[in-house]
Design a protein around this ligand. Structure first.
Ligand code: 5AD
Ligand code: FES
Length: 346
């Protein structure tokens, strides 16, 4: 239909002006064209399979004060929790029985969950579940700590860059958090041998089309194995409580663009996407995503891991989410796969 979308599919990249054109002409017709191409490209590698990751949100203590995030340290109304090692291992056991072969350990940058505690935990999961991948999402750490996590048996690391434009980064984060530190961490993680995921929020406060184009260029250069994007959704106890949320339409367009740019990448249809639209995750898969990440955390703490308002699935047991997602994927002609779902080698 469109020479730009055809070029994107064939060459897997565009000039900045062409990306800008796509973002500024986000019509239903353009999205239909891009998602058809993105589905075809995803299908070549993944067929109709969707990988599943069991997400364990083990601590919502955080020393950072990111202006968009509900678990920022400045939010005194957040009810803080930290799971014990045994509780986390129990989540893994439940997840394993439900067919999960990837566990994602995600938490705020919690100083009281020490590196040594983390290393021991990774070692225990590695020993107990040798056929599983361990993904970490623990924020910025010194390189030596990342090395120790890797040596203990972790395989993958998620660290969204949030925005590739330094001035925009400073509008989202307090002064002590710097884009250059974030990108340094991502480079370190890659060099160490982690499968690395990065990403950004769509429609984050003050985001411009130019910022989004910079994000696409950054991602192409980094060439990560995983890319997580989801709409920004305001949280009532943050400075950006009155900012507008990102849209379903822009998120879907960007998922399709990212799929065409990085045909083999692991791209989740995120919980945030499912939060702004009841069919968000299905639409994400149809736009080119190929991963879903249901929650394995105990229901008793679910609602406290509140990065944004109205997050879905806070009252559902892991087993319920697992069944729900299987049905949702079947409903659109896809199927959840229960192996590790590593980045494809070829
Ligand atoms: N809306 C949407 N996503 C958010 N995140 C943090 N706060 C919000 C919010 N208000 C995302 C960030 C972070 C990931 C764990 O969650 O991109 O990297
Ligand atoms: Fe949690 Fe549907 S995935 S209830």
């Amino acid at each position: 239909m469109n020479e730009i979308t055809e070029k994107l599919e064939n060459e897997q990249f565009l000039e900045k002006d062409e990306f800008k054109w796509l973002l500024e002409n986000n019509t239903p017709e353009l999205r239909a064209d891009l998602s058809k191409r993105a589905q075809r490209v995803a299908g070549e590698t993944f067929g109709k399979g969707v990988y599943v990751r069991g997400l364990i949100e083990f601590s919502n203590y955080c020393k950072n004060d990111c202006y968009y995030c509900g678990i920022r340290c400045g939010n005194e109304q957040a009810h803080r929790y930290r799971l014990s090692e045994q509780e986390i291992l129990d989540c893994c056991a439940i997840g394993y029985d439900l067919g999960f072969r990837t566990f994602v350990l995600q938490g705020g940058e919690d100083p009281d969950f020490s590196d040594q505690m983390m290393i021991e935990l990774i070692g225990k999961i590695r020993a107990g579940y040798n056929d599983c991948a361990i993904t970490l999402s623990l924020g910025e750490r010194p390189r030596a700590v990342y090395e120790a996590f890797f040596a203990a048996g972790a395989n993958r690391y998620l660290l969204r860059h949030e925005t590739a434009t330094a001035e925009h980064y400073q509008k989202l984060h307090p002064r002590e958090l710097l884009l250059e530190n974030r990108t340094e961490c991502l480079r370190n993680l890659k060099e160490i041998g982690f499968q690395v995921g990065t990403g950004f929020m769509v429609g984050s406060p003050h985001q411009t089309v130019e910022n989004l184009v910079a994000d696409l260029v950054f991602i192409k250069e980094l060439n990560p194995q995983m890319i997580g994007i989801g709409p920004f959704i305001p949280h009532q106890h943050t400075p950006y409580k009155d900012a507008e949320a990102g849209t379903l339409e822009e998120t879907l367009l960007l998922i399709s663009i990212l799929r065409l740019m990085l045909p083999k990448a692991l791209i989740p249809a995120t919980t945030a996407l499912g939060t702004i639209d009841p069919n968000g995750r299905e639409l994400g898969i149809l736009a080119g995503a190929n991963v879903v990440m249901p929650n394995l955390s105990p229901v008793s703490v679910r609602k406290d891991y509140s990065l944004y308002d109205n997050k879905i699935c806070t009252g559902d047991e892991a087993a319920e989410c697992r069944v729900c997602l299987s049905k949702r994927m079947e409903g659109i002609g896809y199927e959840i796969l229960t192996h590790r779902g590593d980045y494809p080698q070829k």
